[in-house]
Design a binder for this molecule. Structure first.
Ligand code: NAG
Length: 296
């Protein structure tokens, strides 16, 4: 959140113990007062298809025959955590894609961290696809089928990013971890700040069962809902020493690796809900990509 970022910046010279307790106290108070949409975001595509509700604390995204829509953060950030609560399109959502991602916007050398929610026919599970681009190279798709109905209720989707790892979370469950293995020559995004983006659009040429299931426009307009926008990170441009400040909570000792509980949840997802992993796709990658060998 903007105020939180300013807070980190203004108190960075105080003693670290003081900073730690102050941030702790402040973040408790922040989490009970989520930011409004317009505080951190702007509409980037079709403002007639994004409606603010609940005094701007939530938004409704609309997809119809005329258009989808999209929004983006006003700032870019280097490291931190971005999370929002999302309620996806209910019922027959086949052919629709809702995306939530971070992107450095630097074309050929872009870094990007993607969540894509692929709709499905009524009663069939939504698929969540994640992908990671580092220095312009992507093709690292993984897919999990959700273990709950993401249209029945709001769930929290977060992207966590520090010097050690990138994690994708659904509620308290890590569904993907990408480690910093630069020491083994594997690229890791750490120099380019990324903006936060979301879009809702039609992609029935590939989204559901590889494009076999087409969007049913008679069910449109389609609605998705977002709330509890929360960005905690170092805004760029901003003070250069924010990124290396050891008081940033996301660089803390507890965030260097998954806790035992998180590791168990992560294993559970991989065993029970993962339906595709580029790491094990021998047709695409006869030689296993190095980041898959270096340790999941
Ligand atoms: C949709 O449902 C089918 C059947 O259960 C499943 O195989 C598939 O992974 C689901 N997701 C997508 C995006 O098609």
């Amino acid at each position: 959140m903007t105020t939180y970022n300013h807070l980190i910046i203004t108190i960075r010279n105080a003693s670290s113990a003081f900073v730690f307790f102050y941030i702790l106290a402040f973040s408790l108070c922040v989490s009970s007062r989520p930011a409004t949409f317009l505080q951190d975001f702007r509409v980037t595509w079709s403002d007639t298809h994004i409606r603010q509700i609940d005094g701007g604390r939530a938004i409704q995204l609309i997809l119809d025959r005329n258009s989808g829509c999209g929004f983006a953060s006003k700032s870019k950030y280097l490291f931190g955590r971005v999370s929002m609560k999302i309620k996806l399109i209910p019922g027959d959502s086949a052919g629709t894609v809702t995306a939530f991602y971070m992107n450095s916007d630097t074309d050929a050398v872009r870094d990007e961290l993607d969540f894509e929610f692929l709709g499905n026919r009524t009663g069939q599970p939504y698929t969540v696809q994640t992908n990671i681009y580092v220095h312009g190279k992507g093709d690292r798709e993984q897919r999990v089928n959700l273990w709950f109905d993401p249209a029945a209720d709001f769930h929290t989707y977060s992207i966590f990013w520090n010097h050690n790892q990138i994690r994708f979370y659904i509620d308290d469950v890590p569904i993907r971890v990408y480690k910093n293995n630069e020491a083994r020559g594997i690229p890791y995004p750490k120099l380019q700040p990324m903006g936060v983006y979301s879009t809702l659009w039609e992609a029935d040429d590939w989204a559901t069962r590889g494009g076999l299931e087409k969007i049913d426009w008679s069910k449109s307009p389609f609605y998705a809902y977002y709330r509890d926008f929360d960005i905690e990170g170092c805004p760029v441009p901003g003070p250069a020493n924010c990124v290396s400040n050891p008081a940033n909570w996301w660089e803390g000792a507890n965030y260097k690796a998954l806790s035992a509980i998180e590791a168990r949840r992560y294993r559970w997802v991989r065993v029970n809900h993962m339906i595709y992993d580029y790491c094990t796709d021998k047709t695409r990658y006869p030689v296993t990509p190095p980041e898959c060998v270096a340790g999941i």
